[in-house]
Design a protein around this ligand. Sequence first.
Ligand code: GRF
Length: 218
Amino acid sequence: MNSAPLRMAVLISGTGSNLKTLIDANESGAVNLDIRLVISSNKDAKGLEHACRAGIPIKVIAESNSSDQDKQVTASLVNCDPELIVLAGYMRILGAEPLDAFPGRLINLHPSLLPLYPGLDTYQRALDAGDKFHGASIHFVTPELDGGPVISQVQIKVLEIDSAPALAARLGPREHSLLRSTVELFCHRRVEMKHDHVYVDGRKQTEPLLLNENDQLE
Ligand code: GRF
């Protein structure tokens, strides 16, 4: 088994609480990562502070033209040779160039139980639909927005008194646990995408892995 640190790049746009989760998990030894680069689409992203504090190289790529953006993102990623690229609150859509350069190596964290609610405003959409559960998903990135094969999910109950901010605040810590546990699987090189399907330990998954209350994926 490959026990070398997992070479990783993380793309952010904002707070970077998920990036911080990865940095903290790495520092505590829960995962074994070599985070080689943090790319931000926003020069003021608060998450950049987490990267700087951890001594991780940062790059701001805030092109308004999406083909320039794709070129720069691809070049920066090629340079740092990541095994896994995590889109953690990255608010830009990546085009064909980075996707073709890193097939099966890009994952995205999305705050809904995909295939429900791709795109924005997921909390309000779940409330408007009267859903009993909401949650977060981690999926491989494909050309379809938030449409790639789902690796793992976490669910939380929707309460009658919930507002979108309250739901988001409750989901946050569970989302962080989902990311930590899912990245741990990647550290052990247990997950891959083949022919648009998720494989774990060489077995094709028919359903996403679900995070239980003990933060285990089952
Ligand atoms: C998370 O809710 C994630 O699901 C979504 O954007 C948010 C990022 O938060 N894609 P942060 O920047 O990691 O704090």
